[in-house]
Design a protein around this ligand. Structure first.
Ligand code: HEC
Ligand code: HEC
Length: 532
């Protein structure tokens, strides 16, 4: 992508501003304030078409990040002048009244959660080629509008970015007519302004965030975690203070606090400082439970997958940590949830040896798995279920996740931070038939591994990419990227880019499994908008 124009606003900072609306005055409601701003700041260019109706603005729905980007674009491209505080009010109001239903974001939350190594597959190929070669497909998959508005969008693209027509994947065809005749009607049909999901979400009872939450998570390079999260309402609408306290499976503590805003009744955005690191939470909240990702704002590769449940007395199971046991062995597992009481069951071939409960959200259970059973067992305690334990005889295959990663140089006095890469070894069982690649294969989970990097090819070897691009921790699988900037020690004083193969070795009894991933270490991402 060569023509993003939002650099002057520092969009990654913009994204962070989504979590802290606390400065919004609570005197007038957000809706009243927002209407005032729309009527004052936007009508210079957008026609007021009636009560609460403005040209273009009232005919699209999107995520908080989507609204933020549109308004920021008004500032950068069209000279809109708006204070940060007013922009926050507008983003909040527009996401509340013209947002997406939870179901409408399913499958595309990876961009919001900043899973930057996600690989997209868009259907049909024409859509991917026409619309997802400059930015992610999720950018428009997370929008709803009717055909006329999709058409305006296509016009805006061609007007603003004429290179759209002569880039690769468009200069070989009649791009604009294809957009108009095929893609615009298709988008209008598949992603229309009105939807039954959105109508019913607007009627739905929303989760009250206030109170204590039981949290389970997993952070690549670090391991499983559990915590409690306490949410306290602040003066403004849907504003909260939030604190977290817990620990990782290796015993290190996890502690911190910050502020949050809830958009659209379920889009939780928080900025916290956890153990001295500025972290951001992007969660979706539904029916008293939340899921999402908490990541380092300066290095988005560092993050934990999180699930949590409100501790309101209901019994819930969030996780069993670790989620696997080897047949014929005994080990201690931890159940994480809310209202845990009674005797847990772990399915066929797994018997409970002893229980050590440390609260009604965490239970340590020593279990013994028989030599004869393997498979994916359902775990339950009382009425709570929905969690699985993989019982395996042998590890038959290992995959590195992600199989293809991009890390970026940074720091060294520059304005852009380093982006690391974090690898995990995912173990699989071949199941009963002993053959991998068949239907009865099952995932065991992320297992400990030792890590090694080597040059990807002869060119990488000749340029000593291994020596320059960064360092892979042999224990954790975390690749720490090297400094930005030209390096006088490299051929042609190039920067510390590189192309490496990353190998995991996993020990299972006296068997060793190994698997590879590809790592590209490249230059900084100068434009890093909230939705890539
Ligand atoms: C100085 C003129 C100007 C002002 C002020 C302005 N806009 Fe716009 N807006 C435009 C133009 C021109 C377009 C069409 C081209 C484009 O999409 O960039 C547009 C398009 C839009 C769109 C459609 C974008 C899309 O994705 O199709 C939205 C939504 C929007 N503006 C919102 C706002 C809001 C909200 C404000 C006030 C906070 C605002 N605009 C203020 C000029 C302006
Ligand atoms: C030539 C590169 C290019 C192509 C091709 C392209 N886009 Fe974009 N798109 C951009 C740029 C640049 C922006 C604005 C950058 C920003 O706001 O960060 C943008 C912004 C957008 C937005 C956000 C607009 C808003 O204000 O809400 C949507 C939605 C979008 N594109 C959808 C599409 C669709 C649908 C297609 C195919 C019809 C398409 N794009 C093709 C470059 C492209």
């Amino acid at each position: 992508m060569n023509n993003f124009m939002l650099k002057p606003l520092g969009l990654s900072l913009l994204a962070a501003s989504l979590g802290s609306m606390a400065s919004v005055a609570s005197a007038a409601s957000v809706a009243e304030q927002a209407e005032g701003i729309l009527n004052k700041q936007c009508v210079a260019c957008h026609t007021r078409e009636g009560d609460n109706q403005w040209s273009r603005i009232s005919y699209q729905r999107k995520t908080p990040e989507g609204w933020l980007m549109t308004i920021a674009r008004m500032q950068v491209m069209h000279g809109l002048e708006i204070s940060d505080a007013d922009r926050r009010v507008l983003v909040k109001h527009l996401s509340d009244t013209q947002g997406l239903a939870p179901e409408e974001t399913d499958g595309y939350r990876y961009v919001l959660e900043r899973r930057l190594n996600a690989q997209e597959s868009l259907e049909p190929a024409l859509l991917a080629e026409g619309c997802a070669r400059c930015h992610s497909g999720a950018r428009f998959k997370l929008q709803r509008r009717d055909e006329a508005e999709w058409e305006h969008l296509a016009h805006f693209h061609l007007g603003q970015y004429p290179s759209a027509e002569y880039q690769m994947l468009s200069r070989d065809r009649d791009w604009f007519p294809i957009m108009m005749e095929k893609l615009v009607p298709m988008l209008g049909e598949q992603q229309p302004l009105q939807s039954s999901e959105w109508s019913s979400w607007q009627q739905a009872t929303k989760t009250d965030m206030k109170g204590r939450w039981s949290v389970a998570g997993h952070m690549p390079g670090k391991g499983d975690l559990t915590a409690t999260m306490v949410v306290t309402p602040l003066a403004g609408e849907d504003q909260f203070s939030v604190s977290m306290s817990g620990q990782y499976a290796d015993g290190t503590p996890l502690q911190g606090s910050g502020k949050a805003t809830l958009y659209t009744g379920y889009e939780w955005r928080a900025n916290l400082t956890i153990d001295g690191v500025r972290m951001r939470q992007v969660f979706a909240v539904r029916d008293g439970q939340l899921t999402g990702r908490m990541f380092n704002r300066n290095d988005e590769s560092m993050g934990a997958d999180i699930s949590a449940a409100h501790m309101d007395g209901k019994s819930t199971l969030l996780a069993v940590q670790p989620g696997y046991i080897k047949a014929g062995t005994q080990s201690e597992l931890m159940l994480v949830g809310t209202g845990l009481s009674g005797m847990p069951t772990f399915g066929k071939g797994v018997e409970v040896v002893s229980i050590r409960k440390d609260s009604d959200r965490r239970m340590h259970v020593t279990v013994r798995a028989s030599r004869n059973h393997e498979g994916v067992n359902a775990v339950s305690i009382g009425k709570a279920k929905g969690v699985e334990l993989a019982v395996y005889k042998d590890i038959d295959q290992v995959n590195v996740v992600p199989a293809y990663a991009v890390a970026r140089v940074g720091g060294n006095g520059g304005s852009t931070n380093k982006l690391f890469a974090r690898f995990e070894a995912e173990a699989w069982s071949a199941g009963k038939d002993g053959q991998t690649g068949t239907a009865d294969d099952f995932r065991i989970g992320m297992v400990p591994a030792t890590w090694e990097a080597r040059p990807f090819d002869d060119i990488a070897a000749a340029d000593n990419d291994l020596g320059f691009a960064g360092r892979l921790d042999p224990r954790t699988g975390v690749f720490s990227t090297a400094d930005a900037g030209p390096n006088p020690q490299r051929r042609m004083m190039t920067n510390n880019a590189g192309h490496l193969t990353v190998t995991a070795q996993v020990q299972d009894g006296n068997q060793t499994h190994s698997a590879d991933a590809e790592l590209i270490v490249t230059v900084q991402r100068w434009n890093n908008p909230p939705i890539p």
